[in-house]
Design a protein around this ligand. Structure first.
Ligand code: T46
Length: 138
């Protein structure tokens, strides 16, 4: 599976650091929604679903967590702990997030508004659907 990780433009000086992300430029979609996940308990597993058409970029702003990506053929684990990097997750990729540090803040930039109908929450349904889908990496 091709893992796409963006290195955002970061300006660091004696005051600290600033990273910038521009929709449609630094990431391959216009940003329609931003949400963030925090105060997640270390034993918790979040996600456990795929999206039919949503594209997202995940940025771990603080702390760390792990992300499992599954395209129906391969599974890969990615550790997230750098605020200047963004993990792209395209449509039809199963994702699970776990091993959150107590201070973890995971920010998600999304290509569309929230739509419960875009979720595939059953892994068997996902595997069936993924068998008919093409590679969606940018
Ligand atoms: C994803 C991973 C990375 C909203 O009202 N608006 C929103 O934009 C979102 C994302 C969620 N919600 C509500 C729906 C649920 O009642 O927030 C609650 C928790 O959502 P959920 O259980 O889907 O959260 P995660 O962490 O399992 O998954 C989320 C996203 O839903 C999902 O798209 O890819 O983060």
């Amino acid at each position: 599976m091709k893992i796409v990780m963006y290195d955002f433009k970061t300006s660091a000086d004696e005051r600290g650091a600033l990273s910038a992300v521009e929709g449609g430029k630094d990431i391959p979609f216009e940003i329609k929604r931003v949400y963030y996940i925090y105060s997640t308990k270390p034993e918790v597993r979040r996600g456990c679903h795929a999206h039919k058409s949503l594209k997202q970029v995940l940025v771990c702003m603080k702390g760390s967590c792990k992300i499992l990506l599954d395209d129906g053929k391969e599974r890969q684990e990615i550790r997230m702990d750098m605020p200047g990097k963004g993990l792209f997750i395209g449509e039809m990729v199963w994702r699970e997030m776990y091993d959150f540090s107590p201070d973890c803040v995971l920010v998600v930039l999304a290509s569309d508004h929230y739509d419960e109908n875009d979720y595939i929450r059953d892994h068997v349904d996902f595997i069936k659907a993924a068998g008919h889908s093409r590679d969606h990496s940018p």
